[in-house]
Design a protein around this ligand. Structure first.
Ligand SMILES: [Fe+2]
Length: 294
């Protein structure tokens, strides 16, 4: 292997050292990273000192980068020029810390709910890449949940009842879960409609089944709204039990890559009035031909 790999949690989450993402990678290295992410679900690449162009090049080895959903919010100023880069920060478009009334700050509260990226889109998000630029002195961890381990822990008879279910994912729904978060405007509603996906997806690389859930999961096809809500809430609670969760404590130079089909994640709070936290996100979409229902 062209790098060192160490597992940081008992079931998932790998740490990679000895690889410079500031340089182009050869095919064998990309294949080794793919095998590592298939096995571990999340990878942290330590000690990276890379620019946005390096992050885009690295992301594009694994698929087509999606445009940030913020491009669909027309009245909102974007700090970053490139549409494939999402600004995960508490900075406004002038580079100052956002105050409490900034709608983007309210909107970002939704990232503190357990979710997987772009599950309300079709094709869904495959991998997300998040690169640390500036970090708070304390707080601001990202937590990850192993959705393969969560599936494996369910009794076989329960698995059988879940296997064929389809779930409707909606950004309008998850946005509504956070008090004060601005509702979808008309452009967002038009460009980001809900999407239906299997509750259980077999990972195309590892061939392992995983629960496919998120804060965006609103209802279950064929069940009443209340029955669907009850089932989703119960499975979300199950999948985020402490034994399935790893808290990533960010270090300077970290780039974290995760598989949205086998993990969930959430942002943890930090003192936004005191510290700057700035990360860059890119997401590549799953191509339609790899989707497999369980
Ligand atoms: Fe996310």
């Amino acid at each position: 292997m062209p790098f060192q790999l160490k597992q940081l949690h008992k079931t998932f989450f790998g740490e990679i050292t000895g690889l410079d993402l500031g340089q182009p990678l050869d095919e064998a290295t990309v294949a080794a990273v793919t095998a590592a992410i298939d096995r571990h679900g999340v990878l942290v690449f330590r000690d990276q000192n890379i620019g946005d162009g390096d992050q885009l090049r690295f992301s594009n080895y694994f698929g087509q980068t999606q445009r940030s959903i913020t491009v669909h919010r027309e009245e909102q100023a974007r700090r970053l020029g490139q549409e494939e880069l999402s600004d995960i920060s508490n900075l406004d478009e002038h580079g100052f810390r956002m105050d409490r009334t900034n709608p983007r700050r309210l909107y970002q509260l939704t990232t503190m709910l357990w979710h997987t990226d772009s599950s309300f889109r079709n094709p869904v998000g495959k991998y997300t890449f998040l690169c640390a630029k500036r970090l708070p002195a304390e707080g601001g961890n990202t937590e990850f949940a192993d959705m393969c381990a969560a599936w494996d822990a369910l009794p076989a008879e329960r698995q059988r009842t879940l296997r064929d279910l389809q779930v409707r994912h909606s950004l309008a729904y998850s946005r509504g879960l956070v008090e004060g978060s601005p509702p979808l405007d008309e452009t967002e509603r038009r460009n980001l409609p809900p999407s239906v996906h299997p509750l259980v997806r077999v990972h195309p690389g590892s061939k392992r089944p995983a629960l496919y859930l998120a804060s965006h999961a609103e209802s279950v096809e064929g069940l009443s709204y209340e029955e669907g809500r009850k089932l989703i809430d119960e499975l979300m609670a199950h999948a985020t039990r402490p034994e399935f969760v790893h808290a990533h404590v960010w270090r300077a130079g970290d780039l974290v890559m995760w598989d949205n089909r086998s993990t969930m994640h959430r942002a943890m709070p930090f003192d936004e009035d005191r510290y700057v936290r700035e990360l860059r996100r890119t997401t590549v979409a799953e191509s339609a031909d790899v989707l497999q229902a369980a």
